[in-house]
Each structure stands twice: as C-alpha cells, then as structure tokens.
Design a protein around this ligand. Sequence first.
Ligand code: F6P
Length: 390
Amino acid sequence: MKKTIGVLTGGGDCPGLNSVLYGILLKAMDAGSKVVGIEKGWKGFLENITRELDISKLDDLHTIGGTILYTSRTNPYKNAKKIKDPAKKQKMIEEMAKKMASQFNIMGIDALIAIGGDDTLGVAAAMHQYAGAKVIGVPKTIDNDLSSTDYTFGFWSAIQLASNTMDNITTTARSHQRIFVVQVMGRDAGWLTLVSGISTGADIILIPERPFDFNKDIVNVLRERVKAGCKYHIIACSEGAVPTVESLQRDFQTISQVKIDKLPKDEFGNPLLSKLNLSKVIVEELNLRNDLKDIFQECNAEFEVRDVVLGHTIRAGTPSSFDRILGLRLGIHAAQLVLEERYGLMVCLRGENIQTVPLAEGTQKKTIPLNSDLFELCNLITKVKYESRR
Ligand code: F6P
C-alpha cells in the first residue's frame, strides 16, 4: 500500500544523516510512496513545519554532510522528566505521547521515521508505547553510544576527522617539543577518544569508562616518557573523562570544593565533573607541577603544555564512504518496515546485516565494555613506546 512517510532528524547533527534520508527516499520512490520532511526535529513536529521531499531535486544527497531537514534538541518530554513523583511523571508522558500521536493526522502522514540519538528515539519510543504511534527509529550519533547496533553512522567519519587533526597536532608537538592535551567529544562514552587516540598513537588516553589517577596516569607516565628520551607527548582526553575521587582530592590544586558544588548536577544530584573542561584543567595542573618540570629540565626537554578542544570540527563535513553506505542501508530498511507496517522498531547494524530491535531496547546506552580488547591495545600501544627505549 502507498504511504506518506514523515521523517525527522533530531539531536546533534552527524555525518550520514542525509545518506539515511536518501535511502528512505529511494525506497519510497520505488514503492510509489511520498516522503514528508519535518524540519528541526521534534520542534518542527510539534509546530507542523513540513515540506514534501522531491528526490528528483536531491541527486546524490547521500554524499552531503549535515541534514537538509535541520535539527534541534527540542525534547517534548523535558518537563515531564523533571517531575519526581513517578505516577505524575508517567501520566504527563502518556498525555504528551497521545497529543503527539494526534499530529500524524494534522500532518497527513501515515507513519514517522525518527532519526536520532537516545533523546530523539526515546520520544519516538514513548509515542509508540503509550499511544500506539506508527514510528520507526534510526540510531544516529558520532558518540557510538547506543546499544543494539554495532556502530552508529557518523562515528567513523568523526574518528577520521579527529584522527586527521591529532596527526596534525603531533607534527607541531614534535616541532616544538610540547605536551598537547587534546579534548574529544563523546559525552560519557569514550569510543571517539579511545579509537582516535589509538589510531594516531596518542601517548596517554583518558576516557570516562576508566576514571584516571592524575599522578599515576599522567604525571608518572610523562616522567617515564621524558626519562626514556621522548620529547613530545599527546594526551587524548574525552570531554567526559573524570579523575578518581581519591586523585581529585589528593592531586588537584585548581579545583576547589566550591567549584565542584557549582557544577551542573546529574539526575541523582551528583556534580557533573565532565563539565570541568578537563583539557584546560590538566594544562593548569601540569603547569603547577615543579617536580615534573625539574625532571624535564634534567632530561634537557622543553616543558610547554597546550590544550586543543576538537569540539564540533569532528562532527562536521562529508560522511565517510562507510557512513554513506551504512546510512543508505538503514534508510532503505526503515522505509521497508513502514511499507510492511511493522512499527515500534529500530533498525541497526549487527555484523554484516541490518536488523531490527524493539525501539525501547535500542535506545539503551552503550559505553566501552571493560573487557573490550581495545583496552589491552591502548595499554600496550602507550606503554611499549617508552618502555622499549630503556
Ligand atoms: O552527542 C553528540 C555530541 O556531539 C556530543 O559528543 C557532544 O557532547 C554534544 O553532542 C555537543 O552538543 P551541542 O552541539 O548541542 O553542543
């Protein structure tokens, strides 16, 4: 049966969003169905900001970065999430879900494909759960932190961009014999930092999954490296990396309890240490370490520390070939589910294949498992470089 399929992109943009859109359009066109683009994510959904997408005017859309539909971080459940009483919270979410499901008629769409991260897909999952809305989810994020899919599209494009910049920083670090602290996005998952750090040969890698000890994991390693004759050092640091509580109290001079108390809090009321802007803090702390400076001097090495925040540069630009193909495949499969009237599902990559999981399951978070072989690789690649010089 011919369908009118609504599609929206929500959350931070990500290379490969347009590739998914093109996949949806290819399949829909072939099946004689229409695609209605909803602009600015859930904001456009609530405000009915739509336009029909005409594939004849969008040649090779899969090759272009960003999203032609625009995006926003609007979450219609934001207020409900703040409610403490579980029963009241549930009621408000249910009411919102029903109100949102009624938008389908107003917009003239039979079904909705939502492309987004845990926030965007969480909204879609609730619409399906509480109002039976005909929704399909496509997982998106450079952070690669969604369970149920081996990789999210955008991740490998971001890895390549982060790696290119870290390679470039290495050449200037080598020329000036400096220490560079490079901060990488990823929220509370370390995939981007660990993978780009290993791929570029970073000397110290700090990620949220393994809280670090400033003395042991940074100062001591720099000391051993400089004694072994290393003249420049790259520290790859996740934006969400945090020191251990013990190290925070013992080793840090620039972070006071007052500063910690002023940080934004998580849903349990704990301060979000990840908001400290860690790369800057590490530079400041290293600059206060006269013991380390002395050793550098004894070893006839420069002691100059700089920080670089890669920020949005790794989320920008055209998608890699891997992400173009993954995006197209996810788009085609998502559209196929609509044509088959199978809803409440998320498409995902499992091994070589595109599969489906219940939407509510697919939005669970995925950090790096502590038994991942990436940790052994990280330990070896960082340690052997200086230990082998002795
Ligand atoms: O979730 C993707 C992401 O790029 C994170 O890595 C980062 O913390 C966040 O989005 C930045 O979001 P914004 O563009 O809204 O500042």
